[in-house]
Design a protein around this ligand. Structure first.
Ligand SMILES: Nc1ncnc2c1ncn2[C@@H]1O[C@H](COP(=O)(O)OP(=O)(O)OP(=O)(O)O)[C@@H](O)[C@H]1O
Length: 381
């Protein structure tokens, strides 16, 4: 921060420099009494300091609609995205997940969706030049309790995942201090969290990523099959609150979603975004799909993929739709150190045999999927 540009008495600026306060963010997130203690300034001086810094921030040029559309932010490089911390995944998503709008990650249970969410909570904390946003994350759990053991493991393994970064930088970040965990057991609690608690964290600059794990559970549980209009109304209220937060604070929002089985086979009348071949579709239907800017699908495949001494069940991360991306996919795995893509050429993935098709007496075709040799009961190691 260039303190000399602020409309402040040089005495106050000197006190701030003496106290080693370096950024406007630090000033705005400290309370008056804390700033007084640090700078040894009077209450009136601290009030002037807070006001001058806040005014300087308000004078930043407004973001235009075109900038929002391109994912640009005046203080960031145009098109800056939140990196996954893995070159293969980042290449698929052209840098990572966009800063504006809702990114959905759908997949079956055990696909590794939560692992992706946790990894983003860590990568957001790296400085902008290393693909992060230099801030924390808020992780909203709606069903299961927060996987704290796995988070600790991922933090301990960060030097291995981010081998591209200086070890001292990785060790200097206090990852667990910057992840705010919220548990919301019902829709009312979720709305309160999104409309009251999350904005406080965002406005204080404490977080720059919102993860909701997951969206489907609460909306499925709280409404009966004949209450679709009411459910859609709540869904739209929820999604518009997320959009407001994302656009106001230029913050990526990751919504984890479950999938539903396709029971009636391919149906040309149903809008499933080219996923007609799939046996599962993201939950919550078209009303929710229209609120999502980027839809990603994560699938567990058969077979096994190895890297060094580790092996795991391969996953395919697929871009279903996104305004800036083609339909594409990449192979990845959930390893001890986190989610990583498998680069082409290093692909040791053994594909399972192709599905067998059998014509039944009633004219229908039965498809049987067989696991790869040696993959039955395979577990990630
Ligand atoms: N320590 C670990 N090392 C390697 N892989 C792990 C580790 N912990 C979890 N996994 C992998 O991640 C998978 C679970 O991932 P995750 O909990 O993210 O799934 P999910 O898609 O969120 O499932 P659900 O919808 O049931 O919550 C496990 O099946 C396992 O393959």
């Amino acid at each position: 921060m260039n303190w000399e540009e602020l409309d402040l008495n040089p005495r106050i600026i000197a006190a701030v420099k003496r106290a080693n306060v370096k950024s406007a963010k630090e000033i705005l997130s400290l309370s008056g009494p804390d700033l007084q203690r640090l700078t040894k300034l009077s209450k009136a001086d601290v009030h002037h300091l807070h006001t001058a810094v806040a005014q300087a921030y308000c004078k930043r040029p407004p973001v235009t609609a075109l900038q929002l559309l391109r994912g640009e932010c005046p203080s960031l490089e145009p098109g800056h995205r939140l990196s996954f911390g893995c070159p293969v995944l980042d290449a698929l998503l052209r840098g990572g997940i966009p800063l504006c709008g809702i990114t959905e990650l759908a997949g079956e249970s055990g696909a590794g969706k939560t692992q992706f969410g946790l990894q983003l909570c860590l990568s957001v904390q790296y400085p902008v030049e290393h693909g992060g946003l230099g801030s924390g994350a808020v992780f909203i759990c709606t069903e299961d309790s927060f996987p704290i053991k796995r988070l600790r493991q991922l933090i301990a393994q960060q030097p291995h995942l981010r081998e591209d970064l200086p070890k001292a930088l990785v060790r200097s970040i206090r990852f667990s201090d910057n992840i705010y965990i919220e548990h919301t057991a019902d829709l009312k609690a979720l709305q309160t969290c999104i409309s009251k608690r999350v904005p406080v964290l965002l406005s204080r600059g404490l977080v720059r990523l919102v993860v909701v794990d997951s969206v489907a559970g609460l909306f499925r549980n709280e409404f009966q099959a004949d209450e679709t209009i009411e459910r859609t109304r709540h869904l739209l209220t929820f999604s518009s609150a997320l959009h407001r937060l994302s656009h106001t604070y230029h913050t990526p929002v990751l919504c984890i979603n479950q999938v539903t089985d396709v029971v009636d086979g391919p149906n040309p009348g149903r809008c499933d975004f080219g996923l007609v071949e799939s046996r599962v579709l993201p939950a919550l239907g078209l009303a929710w799909a229209n609120q999502v800017m980027v839809r990603l699908m994560l699938r567990r495949l058969g077979g096994c993929v190895t890297a060094g001494e580790q092996s795991c069940i391969p996953r395919r991360l697929e871009v279903v739709f996104a305004p800036h991306l083609p339909r594409d996919s990449c192979l990845c795995g959930v390893w001890l150190e986190g989610v990583r893509g498998v680069p082409l050429g290093e692909d040791t993935h053994r594909e399972p045999p192709p599905p067998q098709q059998q014509l039944l007496p009633d004219g229908q075709v039965r498809t049987t999927h067989r696991p790869a040799a040696g993959a039955e009961g395979a577990e990630d190691t």
